[in-house]
Design a binder for this molecule. Structure first.
Ligand code: NAD
Length: 262
């Protein structure tokens, strides 16, 4: 790409993508938007029933190396290659270090961190091929969280897992930059997904809890799954051909702003 090229594009016609955790929330919104921009999209999920229309749904659990390898091979076979990997499957965890026993730490790290490692390991040979045949098109984008860099109460395990995702993203960006594979992450604030719906559902008064949650946000509202998806799709598109090792906050200003008390 030279400075005389036309404006870098978010048109994804002719490209192929795999979204983990694409059966719900941020992943489903991302798979929908990638499809709308012209990519052929596969969704890897342990529960793929919610994979958006027009995508290829592949059932796999990211805790199984064998399962992930088979799912990536199936997706690549059906799509005819792989340019874009979105590592998004993840779960939440509540509590301080005193609340979660070792096996819970291992379970969450296995999904949130090792799940990304397994998916990338299976996808990288295909991403390298894509980079060779169409430079500027190969990328990995992880769904991280503001929990990676902000000290959130009651989130010791979740924050540690997302801190690892941020460090992993940076290290992978360094390892694969010369191969033409870009690696970035988005850091959502509280996003309005089924996951947050489930959490609010556990409150005594879910509507009051939602109103309080909205009131704690600088913008007075949660981030939408579609807004996070838009950032992921930008990072995954040729428009971001010079962007690697970046983390993009989509958090309504939660992390960056220091608002004066009203
Ligand atoms: P969600 O629960 O709506 O969707 C998560 C999807 O991942 C589900 O379809 C689920 O089946 C799949 N999944 C979970 N474990 C899996 C496994 N072991 N193997 C395969 N698939 C698995 O959640 P969401 O809110 O859309 O979250 C998506 C990502 O965004 C997660 O990584 C989460 O940490 C991150 N995130 C969410 C928020 C938020 O407020 N919702 C904020 C910051 C970061």
């Amino acid at each position: 790409m030279t400075s005389t090229d036309p404006a870098p594009s978010q048109d994804l016609a002719g490209l192929t993508a795999l979204v983990t955790g694409g059966g719900s929330g941020i992943g489903a919104a991302t798979a929908r938007l990638l499809t709308a921009r012209g990519a052929r999209v596969a969704v890897l999920d342990r529960d793929p029933a919610g994979a958006p229309e027009g995508t290829l749904a592949v059932q796999a659990d990211v805790t199984s190396d064998e399962g992930v390898r088979a799912a990536v091979a199936e997706a690549v076979g059906e799509l005819g290659g792989l340019h874009i990997l979105v590592g998004n499957a993840g779960i939440g965890a509540i509590g301080t270090v005193e609340d979660n026993p070792d096996d819970e730490w291992q379970r969450v790290m296995d999904i949130n961190v090792l799940g990304l490692v397994r998916t990338a390991r299976a996808a990288l040979p295909h991403l390298r091929k894509a980079a060779e045949s169409r430079p500027g098109t190969a990328s990995i984008t992880h769904t991280c969280s503001i929990a990676a860099t902000a000290g959130l109460p009651q989130r010791a395990l979740y924050s540690a897992s997302k801190g690892a995702v941020l460090a992993l993203t940076l290290a992978m960006a360094a390892d694969h930059v010369r191969e033409g594979v870009r690696v970035n992450c988005v850091n959502p604030g509280t996003a309005d997904t089924p996951w947050v719906g489930r959490l609010l559902g556990q409150a005594e008064d879910p509507a009051a809890e939602r109103a309080a949650l909205n009131a704690r946000q600088p913008m007075g509202r949660l981030v939408s799954a579609d807004e996070v998806a838009a950032a992921i799709v930008y990072l995954a598109s040729p428009a971001a051909a010079s962007v690697t090792g970046a983390s993009l906050a989509v958090d309504g200003g939660m992390q960056g702003l220091r608002l004066r008390p009203a």
